[in-house]
Design a protein around this ligand. Structure first.
Ligand SMILES: NC(=O)c1ccc[n+]([C@@H]2O[C@H](COP(=O)([O-])OP(=O)(O)OC[C@H]3O[C@@H](n4cnc5c(N)ncnc54)[C@H](O)[C@@H]3O)[C@@H](O)[C@H]2O)c1
Length: 272
């Protein structure tokens, strides 16, 4: 309403009072998001990762900075384990009010090497990518939305996708592209399902971002040059670039933004 004072913090980006769960938060983008959500007032951050040592290390970082966090080792592709993770989150900290679906990768675990053309691949190449990038999002969103609706206090779901899901990448990234596009479609459906309960759902499409997953290939000068040619802002993204958008979408101030895919990619998307 005109003239009313915003109920949120001065910059509109706080997540005060929310219990946040970030998947794949043991390094890279997810780690930065977990740290930033804690710094922006989350009452607790559940730091999920399939690698227990990584999850615990980031939770310890948050503790050291005065926040509350619990490391949770869980593979998001395992539906039962995801259910147990959310049950634990609620019993230890209260219902999850912010879910960041960040766990993902371009394949791994036996996925197609970048040189294998699509017509030489099979389901064994696609499954790992679909598992973490799409099924993992389904599993976590299912449990998060249940807690948000039951708690009746609204909520935020933010899903990290990739420009690959918008343009379609080749050379072994076909299933990754499909999974990320699927996750964006699911996010729009979640926005519809959650809207009447004041739950928003958005996705964030990243361009090339410097993380442990990408450090090695970004070090290749030819590839780096090719990538930089795409971006109006001539640099590779940093986890903090991604996190700024993700934390904003997770904040109380973003309560009327839903069903969207926000690009964080140095301007590449303008050409899409
Ligand atoms: N870095 C980029 O250039 C880039 C570009 C576009 C999109 N993305 C997306 O951003 C997200 C984060 O990427 P990143 O570069 O920080 O990756 P990263 O590999 O550096 O970190 C991902 C973390 O997720 C964890 N993880 C992997 N599978 C998991 C599972 N099944 N369950 C739980 N945890 C799991 C890993 O152990 C790791 O700690 C991913 O969804 C990725 O697809 C990244």
């Amino acid at each position: 309403m005109e003239g009313t004072v915003s109920p949120v913090g001065a910059d509109g980006t706080d997540v005060q009072g929310r219990v946040a769960l970030v998947t794949g938060a043991g390094q890279g983008v997810g780690r930065q998001v977990a740290l930033d959500l804690a710094a922006h007032g989350a009452s607790a951050v559940l730091v999920n990762d399939v690698d227990p040592a990584r999850a615990d290390a980031v939770a310890a970082e948050i503790h050291a900075q005065g926040g509350t966090a619990t490391g949770v080792a869980c593979d998001v592709t395992d539906y039962e384990a995801v259910g147990e993770m959310f049950a634990m989150a609620r019993s230890e900290h209260g219902p999850v009010g912010v879910l960041v679906n960040n766990a993902g990768n371009q394949g791994g675990g036996g996925a197609a090497p970048p040189t294998l053309p699509f017509w030489e691949q099979g389901p064994e190449h696609w499954s790992p990518s679909l598992g973490v990038n799409l099924h993992g999002v389904l599993h976590c969103a299912r449990h998060a939305l249940a807690q948000m609706v039951e708690a009746g206090d609204g909520g935020r779901i933010v899903t990290v996708i990739s420009d690959a899901g918008r343009v379609g990448e080749i050379g072994g990234l076909e299933a990754y592209s499909a999974a990320k596009a699927g996750a964006a479609g699911l996010t729009r459906a979640l926005a519809r399902a959650g809207g009447r309960h004041a739950v928003t759902a958005n996705s964030v499409a990243l361009g090339a971002t410097r993380t442990p997953a990408t450090e090695q290939y970004l070090a290749d000068p030819a590839l780096r040059k090719q990538l930089l040619g795409r971006y109006m802002v001539r640099r590779i993204g940093e986890p903090s670039d991604a996190s700024a958008m993700i934390v904003f979408l997770a904040s109380h101030g973003a309560s009327w933004i839903t069903g969207q895919t926000m690009p964080v990619n140095g301007g590449y998307s303008v050409t899409l």
